[in-house]
Design a protein around this ligand. Structure first.
Ligand code: ZN
Length: 413
């Protein structure tokens, strides 16, 4: 963790997200947490012993919170997209060869996220295989261990296996790195295992990650039990329940405030949005992945209006062009006609809220962890938030700070 002495991080513009921008703003950090926020002259005068890092021509914002990602993929050999089931079939074919390079891909993906200003990452990987690379990266985050019951045994055996596995993974982790369970999707985890995993993780007080209502093929699989996904997984023993994926997820108790549901891109009706809102579940919006895989456009504006917590996710490099969460967010801002301020909120505070972490991170406020991104731009009037979002999306992050630790600094300042 950080050195014991206090430190001041300051920038030409400080954009806390929770309050208006401050010219020559400063953040006083002690033991990794923010103790005070204000003008550099005031904060500096009151804390003469603090070491000062000042980025005069830059803007300091809260670090990005990535609410849904996979680290173990690499950009160079992504399968072609177009349709979700076609892509997934190609992905599955290549799982054996992928073993040789998953760890390296995870390190590279994590590094790319750090260099794009990401300070918190919710990652999902088979049996939590990318946890070591997340833990080494310096980011805070949770790895959600996916399990596939057909590889393990009965639903009871499968769920106890993954609960035991996560307990193992949780041992000896850095302070802000955690492990939990992912119920991968309605087409890979059967209903009995899904319900049991939801119940057991709630009992443990853990959060849960799921993929839900992502593709047209998933909608068909759950409703009719047919289509591209039924073909991939052979005979379909549990599809065809005559429900939308959201209604199905409710029926197996997956929807709860502790659950983060990725995508909700295809086949989400107004009735589904009401169900989601009532359940308190949060959503991870991954628009570039949805675009690449023919999964339509998530009704995020309606979801936000309905009070559903929505954060942004990059997904992984086999369905998405980068691990830059600000770039993902800029894509969403353009897609949905949002303002720069709405975008900056989505990338930071809204993400933290979606993961139940808004008391800990997501804004630059006293009491929270000092999770910061320093961006190469000094906005002058106009849409200052859009300026900083565009700069961060375009490779303008110059430094990343997690819990007061500088984990990336291309300026050497
Ligand atoms: Zn995903």
């Amino acid at each position: 963790m950080s050195e014991s002495g206090p430190a001041i991080f300051a920038a030409g513009t400080l954009m806390p997200v929770s309050s208006p921008p401050v010219r020559d703003g400063a953040v006083l950090v002690r033991e990794g947490r923010i103790e005070a926020v204000g003008g550099l002259s005031d904060v500096g005068r009151e804390n003469p012993d603090a070491e000062v890092r000042f980025f005069p021509n830059y803007t300091m914002i809260p670090g990005a919170v990535n609410t849904h990602a996979h680290l173990g993929f690499r950009r160079m050999d992504a399968p072609v997209g177009g349709t979700f089931s076609g892509w997934l079939g190609r992905l599955i074919e290549r799982l054996p060869e992928k073993e040789a390079w998953t760890a390296e891909a995870a390190r590279d993906s994590a590094r790319e996220a750090v260099e794009a200003g990401t300070t918190y990452m919710a990652e999902s990987s088979p049996y939590g295989e990318c946890l070591p690379q997340l833990a080494e990266s310096g980011m805070a985050g949770t790895v959600y261990a996916e399990f596939f019951p057909h590889e393990i045994g009965t639903p009871e055996e499968s769920v106890e296996f993954i609960i035991g596995k996560v307990r193992e993974l949780q041992k000896g982790l850095p302070e802000r790195v955690n492990a939990s369970v992912s119920v991968h999707s309605p087409y890979t985890v059967d209903p009995v295992s899904s319900r049991l995993a939801a119940q057991r993780t709630r009992q443990m007080g853990w959060t849960l990650a799921i993929h839900l209502s992502e593709s047209p093929e998933e909608v068909e699989f759950v409703r009719e039990g047919t289509g591209g996904l039924a073909d991939i997984f052979g005979s379909n023993e549990w599809g065809g329940v005559g429900l939308s994926p959201v209604r199905y997820a409710r029926s197996v108790e997956l929807l709860a405030p502790q659950t983060i549901a990725a995508h909700l891109a295809t086949g989400v009706s107004e009735e589904d949005i009401e169900i989601l809102a009532r359940s308190g579940v949060a959503a991870a919006h991954c628009p570039r992945s949805n675009d690449f895989l023919g999964c339509g456009v998530s009704p995020v504006v309606r979801m936000i209006q309905s009070g559903i917590r929505v954060g942004m996710g990059t997904d992984g490099l086999w369905s998405s062009p980068s691990m830059n969460l600000f770039e993902e967010t800029l894509f969403a801002v353009k897609l949905h006609g949002m303002s720069g301020a709405e975008g900056l909120d989505l990338a930071t505070l809204a993400g933290a809220r979606s993961l139940g972490l808004d008391a800990e991170t997501g804004t630059i406020e006293a009491g929270k962890w000092a999770d910061l991104a320093v961006v190469e731009t000094s906005p002058e009037g106009g849409d200052a938030e859009m300026d900083v979002l565009e700069a961060a999306a375009g490779g303008g992050v110059a430094a990343t700070v997690v819990g007061g630790n500088v984990i990336y600094n291309r300026l050497g300042a």
